[in-house]
Design a protein around this ligand. Structure first.
Ligand code: NAP
Ligand code: GCO
Length: 266
């Protein structure tokens, strides 16, 4: 093993939904390891915001507008990226949404919207990049899973179903394309302070901490919310040659949540 095995020099990484939040943090880490960064987002204004943020971080990123649930649009963008930047070596399926609605109040249409972005889209984008990876003779796909790939909780039936499914899509891509030197792994972030989780951290009218905020800190041995930047190291590892024998694995980066039964009452 050499330290250069952890580098991503010469590699092209596509990170979906990476204008801000977890995707942006992972992209910054991959750029620091030498990769060329390509990202997409659903709206032009988000791509513009992302491009400005990458530039401020000293990264020359390539940004594209694309809804990851639209198969024709994804195929078109991947072909464009291959022409304008090169064949993708690393895909991070990061774009995701959540709807926190009790199951009995959730419509089937709302359930489908979450499945569409969080599960169908990783299938669509992976399918679009796999032929290029197969031709190149190597590839890395990293699916951003969740605590909800393992655990349930009130109000997130659609999200937990999608992220549980994404864990199995990860294992299936590994099973189907492992012999073509393609590694597909997942990262299961714990509770990360991003806009997606901002409603769970909002201060109460009296200035006190949100009950969910207190609940998560008590459930996390680290005793705090994690920062998006803390996912960058694990993502770089899973994108690098250092992890070539790791396939179909979900790496939980959760400050210890899944290992912990919870604080005993005083
Ligand atoms: P975020 O702040 O909401 O960022 C997600 C990004 O994906 C946004 O830029 C979003 O655009 C984009 N997006 C949504 N739908 C899209 C579509 N159809 N096509 C293209 N882009 C789309 O979320 P995050 O917290 O950084 O989370 C990133 C990923 O990590 C998600 O898969 C999430 O489920 C997962 N995750 C998050 C946490 C956490 O605690 N934050 C923990 C575990 C896993 P808009 O702004 O327009 O929606
Ligand atoms: C929720 C949260 C989570 C996190 C994350 C945990 O409402 O419980 O939004 O689902 O975002 O996915 O790993």
């Amino acid at each position: 093993m050499e330290m250069k095995d952890f580098r991503l020099d010469g590699k092209i990484a596509l990170i979906t939904g990476a204008s801000y939040g977890i995707g942006f943090a992972i992209a910054k880490g991959m750029a620091a390891a030498g990769a060329t960064i390509v990202f997409n987002d659903i709206k032009q204004e988000l791509v513009d915001k992302g491009l400005a943020a990458y530039e401020e971080a000293g990264i020359k990123a390539h940004g594209y507008v694309c809804d990851v649930t639209n198969e024709a649009a994804v195929n078109e963008i991947v072909a464009k990226i291959e022409k304008e930047v090169g064949v993708i070596d690393i895909l991070v399926n990061n774009a995701g949404i959540i709807k926190r609605i009790p199951m009995l109040e959730m419509t089937a249409d709302q359930f489908r919207q979450v499945i569409d972005v969080d599960l169908n889209a990783p299938f669509i984008v992976s399918k679009a990049v796999l032929p290029g990876m197969i031709k190149k003779g190597h590839g890395k796909i990293i699916n951003i899973c969740s605590m909800m790939s393992e655990l349930g909780r009130e109000t997130v039936s659609a999200y937990a179903s999608a992220k549980g499914g994404l864990k199995m899509l990860t294992r299936n891509i590994c099973s189907e394309y492992g012999e073509m030197n393609i590694q597909c792994n997942g990262i299961g972030p714990g509770y990360i302070a991003t806009p997606q989780t901002a409603p769970l951290r909002e201060r109460q009218a009296d200035g006190s901490r949100h009950p969910f905020d207190q609940f998560i800190c008590a459930k996390t041995p680290a005793g705090r919310w994690l920062e998006a930047d803390e996912l960058a190291g694990p993502a770089v590892f899973l994108a690098s040659d250092a992890s070539n024998a790791v396939n179909g694995h979900i790496l939980y980066v959760d400050g210890g949540i899944l290992a912990y039964i919870g604080k005993q009452p005083k």
